[in-house]
Design a protein around this ligand. Structure first.
Ligand SMILES: Cc1cc2nc3c(=O)[nH]c(=O)nc-3n(C[C@H](O)[C@H](O)[C@H](O)COP(=O)(O)OP(=O)(O)OC[C@H]3O[C@@H](n4cnc5c(N)ncnc54)[C@H](O)[C@@H]3O)c2cc1C
Length: 467
């Protein structure tokens, strides 16, 4: 006998959670199918929360970012184990898990453990340890996320050659590691591990890390990450990875680059690309196709080609962030049950939890130049700010991009302490169509890092034609 629901959500990550909670708030009967043994998706298991906690723990234990007046307080601990770090991460994950479980319980959302697969347009089977459970629903939201790509030519052994999904298998802290892929995940990982005293070499095929980030910010970042101790191999592609005998006959991982260089380390973390998980969903039974990376296409309401089946989060590709997955889930559930909403905002920030942090919102100098929009930039360096001096941040920088004629704020780019928090001030000014003068005319707490907005705004105004 099938259990009947108004909405069945596949996946309990950020996208699925928000879709389920929103539908429940609209008075709908909701079930979430989850194939792993824990709620929360990649965000809680191996992604957002564990990696950010790992970074915070690394900073707390080593004092890696203390410079200037705080440098003397720095204690470098190279003997920290992954176990110690995992213990910190586990507490945070458990606390977040309780939040998710509480929200599901309060909203009477049924969790069905098992792997979901469609049987027909309104029937789905959850294949779990206790057998198959059949569910029918009027509407569905696919929020099945992604997993780390595992190209067949890479000899993963999940012990010394791992992906970010299997990083925890490393067990003890290696002395050295190669990281392949200078995107967000690879770069963040390189910073955290380097802060822990691991000898990190980061290999990236393009000439710069984080290709989508503002050039001035990335130049500052690449200097900072090198100073942190990371060796960058930019413009280099990996040709072959194998295991080899190192000094004293100890097994090491060897990466041969297309340029002929050979790099050796105790471990290798492969951080290139994520892959959808659509195959298991039997989407052919409902006439939905997915691309070669198992990702789905949706319209502006997050409907797939079957209008009663929605898809949100990483499974639909860009921008593949936890925060955007949540908002997409909320909007999909509202649309599915006729609740009026605004469309998804295009104004969302990026946060890169590297050391130092990077964050951005809106346009870049490149996108404005390509679009032929006349702009001016205003910059504030943390070293100009009293608070910047106090926190000893040598790299911090906030850059505003301002329309030369109407003085509207078009983009904000930030590197340094609290960049991922500071960005929201600029985001809100932009969301309300604010101008650079709004920043000049407002009073900020002193001393703060947020004061950078006012300093950068003055800097931009000095260069703008008179208002
Ligand atoms: C290392 C790493 C670091 C990251 N850091 C950040 C960050 O700092 N900030 C940020 O915003 N984003 C970050 N992300 C991205 C973020 O984790 C994702 O954008 C977010 O988790 C996507 O949410 P989702 O709901 O689409 O899918 P997911 O969180 O991937 O959840 C999908 C869920 O669906 C389940 N599932 C899949 N198939 C089925 C099936 N057939 N049946 C039942 N269940 C199924 C899975 O088990 C999983 O629980 C990071 C990702 C990684 C890997």
């Amino acid at each position: 006998m099938a259990d009947r629901y108004d909405l069945v959500v596949i996946g309990s990550g950020p996208g699925g959670q928000r879709a389920a909670i929103q539908a429940s708030k609209l008075g709908k009967r909701v079930a979430v199918i989850e194939q792993s043994d824990q709620l929360g998706g990649a965000a809680l298991r191996a992604g957002t929360i564990p990696t950010k906690t790992l970074k915070e723990a690394a900073l707390a234990l080593t004092g890696a970012t203390r410079t200037g007046v705080l440098a003397n307080l720095s204690v470098t601990r190279r003997d920290i184990t992954f176990g110690e770090l995992e213990a910190v991460a586990k507490d945070v994950v458990q606390a977040q898990l309780r939040v998710v479980e509480g929200a599901f319980a309060r909203n009477r959302i049924n969790v069905v453990w098992g792997q979901g697969r469609f049987e027909d347009e309104h029937t789905i089977v959850a294949a779990g340890k206790a057998g198959d459970k059949v569910l029918t629903a009027e509407r569905f939201v696919i929020a099945s996320g992604t997993r780390a790509a595992r190209p067949p030519q890479i000899p993963f052994n999940d012990q010394t050659i791992v992906t970010t999904d299997t990083l925890r298998n490393l067990g003890r802290m290696p002395l050295s590691t190669l990281i392949v892929g200078g995107g967000v995940i690879g770069t963040e990982m390189a910073c955290t591990l380097s802060a822990l005293g691991i000898n990190v070499t980061l290999v990236e095929g393009r000439d710069q890390l984080l290709g989508f980030v503002d050039r001035e910010i990335i130049e500052a970042f690449q200097t900072a990450i090198r100073r942190l101790g990371v060796t960058l191999r930019l413009g280099e592609k990996v040709h072959k990875i194998d295991e080899a005998a190192g000094p004293g006959g100890v097994q090491v991982v060897q990466a041969t680059l297309e340029s002929g260089k050979q790099l050796r380390a105790e471990t290798l973390i492969y951080a290139v690309g994520r892959q959808g998980t659509c195959k298991a969903l039997c989407l052919e039974k409902v006439g939905i196709v997915y691309d070669d990376r198992e990702r789905l296409q949706v319209n502006e309401h997050f409907q797939t080609s079957a209008p009663h089946i929605y898809a949100v989060g990483d499974v639909i590709g860009f921008p593949a962030l936890a925060a955007t997955a949540m908002e997409q889930g909320r909007l999909a559930a509202c649309h599915a049950f006729g609740e009026p909403t605004r469309s998804m905002t295009s104004l969302f920030p990026y946060g890169i939890y590297s050391i130092p942090e990077i964050s951005m919102v809106g346009e870049t100098e490149k996108s404005l130049t390509e679009a032929g929009i006349p702009y001016e930039s205003g910059v504030a360096r943390y070293e100009e700010l009293a608070r910047g001096e106090m926190v000893g941040d040598r790299d911090g920088l906030l850059k505003l991009l301002v329309h030369q004629q109407n003085r509207k704020l078009l983009g904000v780019h930030c590197i340094g302490t609290s960049a991922t928090e500071l960005i929201h001030i600029g985001q809100m000014v932009m969301a309300y169509n604010g101008t650079v003068d709004d920043l000049v005319d407002n009073v900020f707490n002193y001393p703060t890092l947020a004061e950078a907005y006012k300093v950068a705004a003055h800097n931009a105004v000095n260069k703008l034609p008179p208002a």
